[in-house]
Design a protein around this ligand. Sequence first.
Ligand code: GUN
Ligand code: ZN
Length: 465
Amino acid sequence: MTDTVHYGHIFHLAGSPAVTEAVDALVSIPDGALVVGDDGTVKFAGEKADVPDEFASAESHDHPGGYLIPGFVDTHIHFPQTYAGDSYGGGQLLEWLNLCIFPSESKFADPEFAQAAAVEFTSRRVAAGTTAMMVFGSAFPHAQDSLFTETQKAGLRIVAGRGIQTVGGDTAKPLLTSEEEAIRLTRAEIDKWHAADTGDYRTALLHVAIVPRFSLSVTTETLKNLGDLYDEYRDRGVYVHSHLNENNRPGTGEVDTTKEVYQVDSYLDTYDGKFLPGSQVGGKSLLGPRTILAHCVHCQDAELARMAETGTSISHCPVSQLFLGSGTMPWKRTVAAGVNISAGTDFGGGDEWLIPRVLGDAFKQHITEPGDAGVSMHPAEMLFIGTVGGARALDMEDRFGNFDQGKEADFLVIEPVDALKSTLDNAVRSDDADLARDQTLFGLLMGLRESSIAEVYVQGRRVTV
Ligand code: GUN
Ligand code: ZN
């Protein structure tokens, strides 16, 4: 590779802000230049007029009317639901899982089917500009092999792990394993794929997570064994991923059912080693800075505080929460608890592959929260959860998520077409420069569709799946 420079309107969040500091961290440079070194790192992001002389001979790419933004980070998406984004079963989470999702995921038992899905999954995420993701994987090791292989071929980032289920009803049967097999397969996946590309998790694009589907799909024995397994691998940059406090439908809700089955004070306790009746300690905690829990719609204050304390991140999935009638992650209260928040599509719990659609629904959800809880998210906060907050959730903020000098250059070239172009071209903007900037970023995030994502780069390399 040679040094390259891209010219366009830069938006990113500089430094390492908390979500509450996103507005101050917002960088907008209409006549911007992003210089990417031959080593794939960001050498310069600033005014076109200020590009250092040493890059005068860099290969130049002009994107008139275009935007340069960090690649999107999707911290919760289901690979074995690649074809399940339209699932109708007439019910909320637990009915939907039993009626639609478990049968759909069972089709991945066929290696050819799973391979085709891995190809499609990979091309859809590229089209959506998702450069990094935490993937809830298939129960079937051959499907996971396909997923990692296709991801590696494309040059994308991934954290993924096979979905672990040791207990369930009839439709879940094809996805279940014995307790011993669950640990054996999880260990084998880590040994095979964790940092398989470089041999060092600090430089790898491929990472493995330990993924108990949710507490209702496993047992106290599974949780104990996974705690021991994680203890063994924690220092090697292995991740943990699951769902938490998603659906609380009276009578058949996941939250109440979990508390009833485990007899615990809080759902989070089941992932925190306190999965025995009365929330007594039964094993080691699965929480930590490489743990992401999806949804967190119905958390107690103590759960939010514990996630913040342990560095555990939330994957906020508003598209899915609307699709499955799960409710709304309370924005103000969750932010106030100090827990890191990232964005997830939860496809096929959600019906959108695009992180900007998640950000748009987050905006709509939170402005609609009742009373004092209602808030108009700042577009910088939207960008935060879709980029640098996601990199932080993946514990790789030091590597990507914004255009700070030295970071690995994961970025998108947006060349507005269709409705996005005409909307931006004809927009009315405030006389106030900051508000005008915010309006443009909001318009870009709300109106972005696959058709306007012209180029996708990971570590400075163009991804062309
Ligand atoms: N909880 C357990 N499994 C799932 C799943 O596949 N999707 C969602 N949204 N929630 C879950
Ligand atoms: Zn999910």
